[in-house]
Design a protein. Structure first.
Ligand code: GLP
Length: 233
C-alpha cells in the first residue's frame, strides 16, 4: 500500500484530485465515488478544476434503503450537491434506495458495475473499518447487497440527521469483491477516530472483521491520511 501523509484534509483533497486527474489523462473513463465527509475536499478540487467530466461515468458505492433521490439525507442528494450539479458526468449511477425489492435493486446495480469497469475507486473508511457500507463480517469477495448498518455506523452517521431514529437501518452497498476489481483505489481518512481502523487496515491480518484490510491484496492502493489518522501506524 502506498501511503501519502498530509497536513490536513484540504491538502488530502488536492493529492486525491491529482491522482484522479493523472488517471483521466491516461484514459480513465469510469470513477467509483464515495460519500461521507472525507472526500468532500477532493470533490471541491474537481469542481474547481477545468476538467470536463461530461464524457465520463461515475458509479457510487452505496445508498440508504428507503430514501428517495430527492431526500436531502440521501447519497444521491449528497453527490448532486457536491459534484454532479457543478460537474455533470455522462452517466452517474447510485444504488436505488427507493426500490424496496432488494434482489432487483442489487442485481441491477451489479449489472451496472459489470458494464462500467471502474478505473479509479475513491473510498472513505468507517470507524469500524467498513468500506462503502460493507460492515465487519461482510464477505471479502461479495457483490452488491442489502446490509444492516451496525450500531457504530448509525452512531457515527446520526450527525447528519435531525434525530438518531431517522438514520436508516439498511443500505444497498457495492460489495468488497467489486471494489477490489477497480484498477486503482484511493482511500482518504482524516482524524483520530479513524486511527484504529487505519492501523488494522494496513498492519492487521486480512479479515472480514476489518473490511478495509482486504485492500492489502490489491496491487494499486493509495491511502491519503492526516497525522491523526496515521497516528497508530
Ligand atoms: C459512511 C459511508 C462510507 C464512508 C463513511 C465515513 O458510512 N457509507 O462510504 O466512508 O461514512 O464517513 P466520513 O468520511 O464522514 O467519516
Amino acid at each position: 500500500m502506498n501511503i501519502i501523509k498530509v497536513k490536513d484534509q484540504d491538502l488530502g483533497g488536492k493529492e486525491a484530485f491529482n491522482i484522479i486527474a493523472t488517471a483521466i489523462k491516461n484514459g480513465a473513463k469510469v470513477l467509483g465515488l464515495a460519500t461521507g465527509s472525507s472526500p468532500i475536499t477532493m470533490y471541491n478540487e474537481m469542481t474547481n478544476s477545468d476538467i470536463d467530466f461530461s464524457n465520463m461515468t461515475s458509479v457510487n458505492l452505496d445508498e440508504y434503503v428507503g430514501l428517495k433521490a430527492d431526500n436531502d439525507q440521501s447519497y444521491h442528494y449528497f453527490m448532486n450537491e457536491h459534484l454532479f450539479s457543478k460537474k455533470p458526468f455522462k452517466n452517474s449511477y447510485v444504488p436505488d434506495g427507493s426500490n424496496p425489492d432488494a434482489a432487483a435493486a442489487t442485481s441491477e446495480y451489479d449489472k451496472i458495475i459489470a458494464d462500467n469497469p471502474i478505473d479509479v475507486q475513491v473510498l472513505g473508511i468507517g470507524r469500524n473499518g467498513h468500506i462503502g457500507f460493507n460492515e465487519p463480517g461482510s464477505p471479502l469477495d461479495g457483490k452488491t447487497s442489502k446490509v444492516a448498518l451496525t450500531e457504530s455506523t448509525i452512531e457515527a452517521n446520526k450527525r447528519f440527521f435531525d434525530d438518531e431514529k431517522d438514520v436508516p437501518r439498511y443500505a444497498y452497498s457495492m460489495g468488497i469483491g467489486s471494489i477490489m476489481k477497480a484498477k486503482k483505489i484511493i482511500l482518504v481518512a482524516y482524524g483520530e477516530n479513524k486511527a484504529d481502523a487505519i492501523a488494522k487496515t494496513v498492519n492487521g491480518p486480512v479479515t472480514e472483521d476489518v473490511p478495509a484490510s482486504a485492500l492489502q491484496n490489491h496491487p494499486d492502493v493509495t491511502l491519503i491520511l492526516d497525522d491523526a489518522a496515521a497516528s497508530k501506524l
